[in-house]
Design a protein around this ligand. Sequence first.
Ligand code: PEP
Ligand code: MG
Length: 325
Amino acid sequence: WRKLLAAVKELPSQTADGRVVEIAANIGTPQEIAKVQNVNADGIGLFRTEFVFMGRTELPTEEEQFEAYKQVLEGLPNKKVIFRTLDAGGDKELDYLGLPPEANPALGLRAVRLCFSRTDIFKTQLRALLRASVYGNLHIMFPMISGLEEFRQAKSMLNQAREELTRQGIACKQKVPVGIMVEIPAAAVMADVLAQEVDFFSIGTNDLVQYTVAVDRMNEQVAYLSDYFHPAVLRLISRVIEASHNAGKWTGMCGEMAGDPLATVLLTGFGLDEFSMHAGAVLEVKNLIRRIKTDEAQAYAKEAMKLGTSAEIRAYLQQIKQKYT
Ligand code: PEP
Ligand code: MG
């Protein structure tokens, strides 16, 4: 099994019938690059920049951030690296910001919402990212976007940061792909509209499940309801992928679901373009994808979508997975 996976490492990420997909990794620090290199992932589908902000007593400076982002890009030459802007607040607290406690932090001032209220923090990060952009294939992604206004507002701040740097004669790329996390049901429902303006989507199933099924992702008592195979979640996922393709854009997934081999056939059938997961899952998922034929996966996905419960869908996918292992 080990040997098989080692052999898979050097082979292209594509289905049995040759449809190319990307199998990328999720990381949060430059120190994790080695793990990504070890499994020869196609890139970073999610760099959680909040880790650069954590474990310290004050905000990282523009220079500190620039160095961290540059180090990641230089460690993965020619590979796509998607940097998600600060996703703090909610369950990811930064004590030094001194934010007042909220009754419902998951529904509160987190991610881009926090960045819009602290534009100093956001601007500094965007400058650091743009400065790093000249060192590799940098993509920028905004978390917790609920609709078009928020995307436009974030993008306009990015443009301001770029104009500022250009005026100051500081090197940065004039064009960087900009996408959003789809992790709020409103964004999934509006995917056709959002797809007109974003460069790509990445589905965050961890939060998408939390908000779709109304289960606090940190609450053990209702954890049994937290399931990305819930048919409502699957409908949203399939809708997002289809909407992006209709607009000539691509969709990735960086939530836990992307690294679950039980989901691989289904997501391939939906047409997912990029799977991003913890490095440990990359080779197994890649091995599976290389055995799947697109038309077969589409047929299985269609069957799965006729089922009404997560349990039935899981049982069905378990059966299908046997065929490929
Ligand atoms: C997600 O919500 O699925 C996601 C990838 O982001 P995080 O787990 O960091 O909230
Ligand atoms: Mg999230």
